[in-house]
Design a binder for this molecule. Structure first.
Ligand code: AMP
Length: 189
């Protein structure tokens, strides 16, 4: 009886003794280097017709006030709602695509991501001189993606009259990188 209780105790405690536990100092070091940012996925929102309608309606209302000629969405998740916002507002839609996906004559920008870098291209003939453009993406993180796209719009002679997102990761300070642009997000973390 006592023997079986003892062996149960040993089986509970033994693995804990074998598992190395970081010291308090080590764990605060680990916390600094390991990623704490969870991936924010808006796909479940798209499954709910009422939530989808409300989200598009709210972003479209904000966009319409900027009186844009075009909404520009970033590949790929900026396409999901970007075109819907454009339909609601009654303006055109421009995709910013990964390199090599658009027919010739594009302007291209490279920018840094959290890990590595990325590039996006816009068709040179999509944005005419003086066009008013609202940029849409699903998430604002460090601001590198929409910052690079805003640069492309301006290179083609367009005016960025607003940039909107479903989600803003405000602790990453993306707003700082985007300077004086008129920004809007539906929810902040
Ligand atoms: P950034 O250029 O750093 O602002 O990153 C924004 C782009 O990367 C958007 O196109 C997002 O789709 C994607 N992204 C960055 N971080 C996240 C995240 N935590 N969750 C979901 N998407 C993200």
């Amino acid at each position: 009886m006592v023997g079986s209780r003892f062996s149960r105790l040993v089986s509970l405690v033994w693995p804990k003794l074998l598992t190395p536990r970081p010291s308090a100092d080590a764990s605060s070091t680990l916390r600094r280097y390991l990623p704490t940012i969870g991936f924010k996925d808006i796909a479940p929102l798209l499954l709910d017709p009422a939530a989808l309608k409300q989200t598009v309606g709210d972003l479209a209302a904000w966009t319409a006030e900027r009186e844009p000629d075009l909404v520009l969405g970033a590949e790929a998740r900026g396409f999901w709602l970007g075109a819907a916002i454009a339909v609601e507002v009654g303006c055109g839609f421009v995709p910013a695509r990964r390199p090599g996906k658009l027919p010739p004559e594009t302007v291209s920008a490279r920018y840094a991501l959290e890990y590595g870098e990325n590039a996006l291209e816009v068709a040179s003939n999509a944005i005419s001189q003086g066009a008013r453009v609202v940029i849409h993406d699903d998430v604002l993180a460090t601001g590198g993606t929409v910052g690079a796209i805003a640069g492309l719009v301006e290179k083609l002679g367009g005016h960025v009259v607003g940039i909107n997102f479903v989600i803003e990761l405000s602790f990453l300070d993306g707003r700082k990188k985007l300077g004086d642009y008129d920004l809007y997000s539906l929810i902040e973390y």
